[in-house]
Design a protein around this ligand. Structure first.
Ligand SMILES: [Zn+2]
Length: 299
């Protein structure tokens, strides 16, 4: 049984880029006759917007998505993440870190794929007392690679490209990296289709899967929808919320963005039949790797 999922963060309403990601994971799962789960990634409660989860769920329903099982909310799963952290501590695979942002930037000399690499100060010396500690995962010099179904082969050295990364923040919130790995494993997710903005996170997630004894799913990172300034559509770049009307045309535009061979009369079908067509005719290999804008209709 294959299991896919869509995992939006409730930081605002869904936009065209989120629709593209939802459509791709949904079609991929249904074409495999697999399950498709909905998970609200609200682990960072400081970024969650009140009412955004309900709005996202309502929009998905209007667009005709049908998910399997109960919706999972990361904000309700802290106990599970804490158990995993304690397991890592028992194995001496994580340690407390009390470095301030400034101390890290002052002491970091190595640059990784996402800026300065944590120099391991608190791994070598005991963390400060009476200071709220973050928890970092111990990384080591190991190459982690995987074959992305769209982006091709990816590889990082976990120590020199990423470094000891935070799995629980000093404010008590668990990191996205830990939460997503635990949830995907416990929900039995076998196929992850998501935006290419998460491509660089994947090797550290696989590293965590190895440590925790989880199976690594199949990954496909779809190109991002970018605006004419070349920025990813997001709340920060003022992406328009998905329209409440014109649903069929918007859905067909998302399928078109994913380079699916849309028949001329698809827009005349009822919504249910558009989905039927999309699930039956879904071709993941047609999706190109590079990001592009919605108006860039190259098919
Ligand atoms: Zn530290």
């Amino acid at each position: 049984m294959s299991v896919g999922r869509f995992a939006p963060s409730p930081t605002g309403p869904l936009h065209f880029g989120s629709l593209v990601a939802a459509v791709a994971s949904y079609c991929d799962a249904r074409q495999r006759s697999g399950q498709w789960l909905l998970r609200i990634e609200d682990v960072d409660t400081t970024r969650s917007i009140k009412g955004a989860s309900e709005h996202i769920i309502h929009t998905l329903q209007r667009y005709g998505f049908v998910w399997d099982g109960e919706i999972v909310y990361q904000s309700q799963r802290s106990d599970i993440y804490q158990q995993v952290l304690e397991q890592l501590l028992k194995q001496a695979l994580a340690y407390p870190c009390t470095c301030s942002r400034k101390e890290i930037s002052d002491s970091s000399i190595l640059q990784g794929i996402e800026g300065a690499i944590y120099p391991g100060t608190c791994r070598l010396h005991p963390a400060k007392k009476d200071t709220a500690a973050a928890w970092r995962l111990k990384t080591h010099d190991i190459a982690i690679s995987f074959e992305d179904l769209i982006q091709g082969r990816q590889q990082h050295n976990i120590a020199t490209d990423i470094g000891d990364f935070v799995i629980k923040r000093a404010d008590g919130l668990f990191s996205y990296q830990l939460a997503v790995v635990v949830d995907d494993a416990l929900q039995g997710v076998t196929h992850i289709v998501r935006g290419a903005d998460l491509l660089n996170s994947t090797t550290r997630q696989i590293f965590l899967q190895h440590i925790l004894g989880y199976t690594t799913p199949v990954y496909a990172h779809i190109p991002l929808v970018i605006n004419i300034q070349g920025q990813k559509l997001s709340k920060q770049t003022l992406a328009e919320p998905l329209p409440d009307d014109n649903i069929k045309d918007t859905l067909i535009a998302a399928l078109g963005f994913l380079r699916q061979p849309i028949p001329e009369h698809l827009h005349t079908y009822p919504l249910k039949d558009i989905w039927q067509w999309a699930h039956t005719h879904w071709q993941l290999p047609l999706i190109p790797p590079a990001n592009y804008s919605q108006g860039d209709q190259r098919w």
